[in-house]
Write a protein that binds this ligand. Structure first.
Ligand code: CUV
Length: 636
């Protein structure tokens, strides 16, 4: 097969062939031109924090070369500082997204915008209860206002007090560990500020202190993710199981194709609504099938989870969607949007539409999106797509590949499913299956694509290995997209890939339910990794153990974004041993690497497994689950 070094996705392979024939440059070409990448940067020992730099130190003490930066900073300081700054980037991304949702929610609660509403009152009550906000005999909007204030307060801080959204999300024993390590943030913004400050020239140079600072920032990130998920559910609805499709074959030759790409549901939900409304205008323009909306990256996941909107593709193959020639507009908001999409779009009729004032691409059309004029803005965007469609050349190349998939596994939906099996004690369905040995534990798949490895290959191979070993898997982000494209999010996949125990688990469950569940459960976007923590906290509390003692692991087989660094950091802090399939830029410091991969276990139970070989990663993840179960059995 051609292009098998680049990708295992057959649709992407076909499109890379088209790209080659048409002489188009893709991210894979750019990667090749970038080789060899700088070894100092790659291992984290390049310091650019002050204007005396760049300083590049040689981490290998036995060899010649500078072992200190001009200020005297050693490898461990430089690596730890760079790590913290990655986490800061991730945290400000997630929390920027969440803050927008929180501000919209406050506007809704105060009655200032009418294009959004409180859609899911039950979730509002649940969140209010979690925050110990009084709900009895109170008007919905009164409760909503208080929840909104609390949300904003978690960003701007409560005058030095601990933020309130974190504690109810984890078992008491875990919060105690955070407390003992002194890493509970006083506010999301505080944490970002302090992390930037402590990593400035001449502030924190103690690698261990820096690492604790990293974890504190990561907990702020986790809190932001949780706020993003909770408030999005309240405004747009908590996901329930839906069926849809994934891969470039979802593009429709006879429709106006609008791709929504980026992260926030605030804009994309409105684009979906506008597309429905303007269906006739599209038909008048000659598009027999009206308007087809499809998603890329986490915007795609948000819309899939709540509306069943199909996924066009994931991160690495975003340019290839445009090269089909069938995309009339690609609407983007924030994060994971390659600047290269504009250069690709220049060769086609595709309109790239940016929507957020601080996230523009030169050459792209900018249609500013405002919460107060959301409906009109979305209509303008969709009309721009219809206009572009009229200019679409005849020749298009839509690869004939797509897979059906099921999604919508919010924690609430999982609870609902389990309570159909055991009404009085829903969580026992999972915990008993673990005790009986049908399942070995749970793995959360999270994260991106990274051109350092073959697109989607690590994702599918680690997943295959784990389900074969009876691990119940859930997924978010671009790995969820990859596993959806590859057919893992279907009931048929159980027969094809699951080990005997996992098969037994599903057949018992399906029998009780009278319907069939997919092998791997799609939990949503990156911020929705918080859903898994809610799930595992409930399971651990039910079992009467801490998360660190519960058989749970995480895997990011192809991480790319700074957000993946922050998610990985909080996963470990919360007690999940976490596999990373692309080496993070920390290996230049033996000390930092040992803390991440070994010492972390003593403090947090979770630690990092840095392993680029999928088979070896599976072995280590399964061994970790076995060890946790074994320790539990010994105690019992
Ligand atoms: Ni937020 S962060 S490439 S879209 S998962 Fe996809 Fe997910 Fe990584 Fe980006």
């Amino acid at each position: 097969m051609v292009f098998e070094k680049e990708t295992i996705d057959p649709a992407a392979q076909e499109m890379l062939q088209v790209a080659e024939e048409e002489g188009r440059e893709t991210t894979w070409d750019l990667r090749e031109q970038m080789e060899p990448q700088c070894g100092f940067g790659d291992t984290g020992v390049c310091c650019n924090i002050c204007l005396q730099g760049p300083c590049r130190v040689n981490p290998n003490y036995n060899e010649k070369g500078n072992q200190k930066g001009i200020c005297g900073a050693r490898d461990y300081t430089i690596v730890a500082r760079n790590l913290v700054r990655h986490t800061v980037g991730g945290t400000s991304s997630h929390s920027g997204h969440a803050r927008h949702v929180a501000e919209l929610f406050r506007e809704v609660a105060e009655g200032h915008v009418d294009s959004y509403e409180v859609k899911d009152k039950e979730k509002l009550m649940k969140v209010a209860d979690k925050l110990e906000i009084e709900t009895e005999d109170r008007e919905t909007n009164e409760i909503a206002k208080e929840v909104a204030e609390e949300a904003i307060g978690n960003f701007i801080g409560f005058h030095g007090e601990e933020l309130s959204w974190l504690e109810p999300m984890v078992p008491e024993s875990r919060y105690q560990i955070f407390n003992e390590c002194n890493i509970i943030p006083t506010g999301i913004n505080d944490a970002i500020n302090e992390a930037m400050h402590r990593t400035a020239m001449g502030v924190d140079s103690d690698p261990l202190n820096l690492i604790f600072g990293n974890l504190q920032t990561a907990l702020a990130d986790f809190t932001g993710c949780t706020i993003g998920t909770d408030l999005s559910d309240i405004i747009f609805g908590t996901p329930e199981v839906v069926e849809s499709e994934a891969n470039l074959g979802v593009l429709d030759e006879d429709a106006v194709n609008v791709i929504v790409h980026g992260h926030e549901p605030v804009l994309s939900e409105k684009v979906v609504a506008a597309a429905k409304k303007l269906e006739d205008e599209a038909k008048e323009a000659g598009a027999e099938n009206g308007i087809n909306v499809a998603g890329i990256c986490c915007t795609g996941n948000e819309l899939l989870m709540r509306q069943g909107v199909p996924l066009a593709t994931n991160f690495a193959s975003q340019e290839l969607a445009i090269m089909t020639g069938a995309v009339d507009a690609m609407v983007v908001d924030i994060q994971c949007i390659m600047p290269s999409i504009q250069s690709v779009a220049n060769c086609y009729h595709t309109e790239i539409i940016t929507t957020i004032p601080f996230s523009k691409i030169s050459g792209a059309k900018h249609i500013e999106f405002n919460d107060s004029t959301a409906d009109q803005d979305a209509e303008e965007i969709v009309r721009t797509a219809i206009e572009a469609y009229k200019e679409r050349p005849k020749e298009i190349n839509i690869p004939d590949y797509k897979s059906k998939l099921m999604a919508g596994f919010s924690f609430e939906e999982i609870e609902n499913i389990l309570s159909q099996v055991n009404e009085d004690d829903p969580l026992s369905v999972i915990n008993d299956a673990i005790d009986e040995g049908d399942i070995k534990g749970i793995c959360l798949f999270a994260g991106c694509n990274n051109t350092k490895v073959t697109h989607d290959k690590n994702h599918t191979e680690v997943a295959k290995g784990l389900v074969e070993n009876d691990v119940l898997c859930v997924a978010t982000g671009c790995v969820a997209n990859a596993l959806g494209k590859a057919g893992f999010m279907l009931p048929e996949a159980v027969e094809e890939y699951a080990g005997e125990g996992l098969k037994r688990f599903f057949s018992k469950l399906n029998e009780e339910l009278g319907k069939e569940l997919p092998l791997i459960w799609h939990m949503g976007s990156c911020v929705d990794n918080s859903r898994l923590i809610e799930f595992v906290t409930a399971l651990a509390n039910h079992k009467g153990v801490d998360i660190g003692e519960y058989p749970i692991v995480a895997s990011a087989p192809e991480p790319m974004h700074e957000k993946a660094v922050s998610i990985g950091s909080w996963c470990v802090t919360i007690g999940l041993t976490t596999h990373v399939g692309v080496l993070p830029q920390i290996t230049g410091s033996r000390l930092v690497t040992e803390v991440a991969t070994k010492v972390a276990k003593d403090v947090y139970d979770g630690y990092f497994i840095l392993e680029s070989d999928p088979e070896a990663a599976v072995e280590e993840l399964v061994a970790e689950l076995d060890e946790r179960t074994w320790v539990q059995d010994m105690k019992a």
